[in-house]
Write a protein that binds this ligand. Structure first.
Ligand code: CTP
Ligand code: MG
Length: 479
């Protein structure tokens, strides 16, 4: 039995007052609807996605789908005059092999896997599930007969704000829409409302999230841009040890180049990629005199890997320098070394790798740090270069999208690496993220179909990642 997500993208967005409907506006490098589709595409329990679009934009939608990134989108349908109508057309297009239907506003690109998980769990208990959040503001109900005055103020503790997705057993949602047609109800702003109205079953509520906003009025686009900037992809959400094991096994036989591969996270990437059966080429200042501050040196390193192995699938740039000191005490050389190695080096690696990765439809991994969102005292050259790397990744995410090349920034929490020991002295190892776990996540990201993202690796992910660098589920391949 299948789960289908109906993504409603057929509105005109009149409150945005823009000719282009809001779901086709570009935010963080992609149209809003692409961001939304990505979430359903990558959810392991969603089998198919139906996309509802306005007739005026079916060509653009076709072009978006034509890039073949969305393998689960099985139907592109023309929506109706109202949201209710679009939703009805979508559910009528499902067949009886479908057990659950999720209905989602395309204008909510921040829907996440945990929310979808909560809805699917809720459907074990109830035939309809709504996603809601508490209301911070007091909600005031106007007096129907004289709406300049308050009629009543409902108890805030029982009030919630409804979001989407909403989830349904298919036959309940079908019935709700058929009854609505029969009784000429056409003004429903959501689908759970119809189930309630016709008394078709109880509607369970599960927690939504404050960031799952519906882009509705012009300032929402600015807010959305900020949320995308600050949001870091949680690639492990919704994944199972089996799905990650399969992802990593995909690296077997691939050609992986690591710059900065002699110590720390770089060295662990080399070791793990080898264990996974990849052909690995490691370069560093100490071992191969490859200084990422020189474009010719980077180019030569990548070209030699390409010559030897015939292709390059993954490029990992872990070379980085941190020299703690207040800026007024840092020497010119120290400032240069950090900005040039961390930031200029990332630019050079990206530039030199672009052609090779286009050839292989491959993946580039750069490294940032949590200091990118806000400068930190005593390491401004480092944190400023890490902020620049995030900006670079976002730009390349756009520039390389049509070529099918992926680029992401890995953002490890305080990690147990020589760079950290040199700058912070002795710290309690138990509080630091292991370099092995950071490497495992780096290779997972290298193999996943995401791009233009900042991916956190946190201490709390270690337990999940441990079996992969220890090798256990990988060995299961034979069995
Ligand atoms: N929607 C739809 N078909 C319609 C109307 C709306 O698929 N005929 C979709 C919208 O594209 C949006 C979601 O339903 O993703 C929520 O609707 P809303 O935020 O109201 O979007 P619009 O109706 O497009 O905007 P507005 O009400 O400002 O005109
Ligand atoms: Mg509307």
């Amino acid at each position: 039995m299948k789960t289908v997500a109906i993504v409603l993208a057929a509105g005109v967005g009149s409150r945005m007052r823009d000719e282009t409907p809001k779901q086709f506006a570009k935010v963080a490098g992609k149209t809003v609807v692409e961001h939304t589709l990505e979430v359903f595409e990558s959810h392991p329990r969603v089998d198919e996605v139906f996309l509802m679009v306005p007739p005026s934009h079916s060509e653009l939608a076709g072009a978006i789908l034509g890039r073949r990134r969305f393998r689960k989108v099985s139907k592109l349908l023309q929506g109706g005059e109202t949201r209710q109508e679009s939703s009805r057309i979508g559910v009528e297009a499902t067949d009886p092999t479908v057990e659950f239907v999720l209905v989602h506003d395309a204008a909510r690109p921040f829907v996440d896997h945990p929310t979808i998980d909560r809805i699917l769990k809720g459907l074990e208990e109830a035939p309809a599930v709504d996603t809601v959040i508490p209301t911070a503001d007091t909600i005031v109900e106007l007096d129907a007969s004289s709406p300049r005055f308050i009629g009543k103020i409902p108890d805030r503790r029982l009030l919630r704000r409804g979001q989407t997705p909403q989830g349904f057993r298919r036959e309940i949602l079908l019935q709700a829409h058929r009854k609505a047609v029969a009784s000429k109800v056409a003004d429903a702003s959501d689908d759970c409302g119809l189930v309630l109205r016709f008394g078709l079953g109880r509607v369970l509520v599960v927690d939504g999230s404050e960031t799952n906003i519906k882009i509705t009025v012009p300032p929402d686009l600015y807010v959305a841009d900020r949320i995308f900037q600050l949001r870091r992809a949680d690639v492990l959400a919704g994944q199972t040890p089996e799905s990650i094991g399969a992802t990593l096994r995909g690296l077997s036989g691939k050609v992986v180049v690591v710059l900065g591969g002699s110590e720390g996270i770089g060295a662990e990437c080399v070791a793990l990629a080898k264990a996974l059966g990849a052909k690995v080429h490691a370069f560093s200042r100490s071992a191969t005199s490859t200084d990422v501050r020189s474009l010719p040196a980077v180019q030569a390193a990548l070209d030699s890997a390409r010559r030897e192995s015939g292709r390059v699938d993954v490029v990992i740039m872990t070379a980085g320098v941190l020299r703690m000191s207040p800026l007024h005490r840092a020497s010119e050389e120290e400032i240069r070394e950090q900005l040039e190695t961390n930031l200029l080096g990332s630019f050079f690696v990206a530039k030199a790798a672009a052609g090779l990765l286009e050839e292989s439809k491959g993946s580039l991994l750069l490294f940032t740090s949590s200091s990118y969102t806000r400068g930190r005292e005593n390491y401004s050259p480092y944190s400023a270069s890490k902020a620049g790397i995030v900006n670079l990744v976002q730009a390349l995410g756009e520039e390389w999208a049509t070529a099918g090349v992926r680029v992401n920034a890995v953002c490890p929490e305080r990690a147990d690496t020589p760079m950290r020991w040199r700058n912070f002295g002795k710290e309690d190892k138990a509080t630091l993220l292991s370099a092995k776990a950071a490497a495992a996540l780096t290779l997972i990201v290298a193999a996943l179909p995401l791009s233009g993202q900042v991916i956190d690796v946190r201490k709390r992910d270690e337990a999940f990642l441990e079996p992969f660098y220890a090798g256990a589920p990988l060995a299961r391949k034979a069995g």
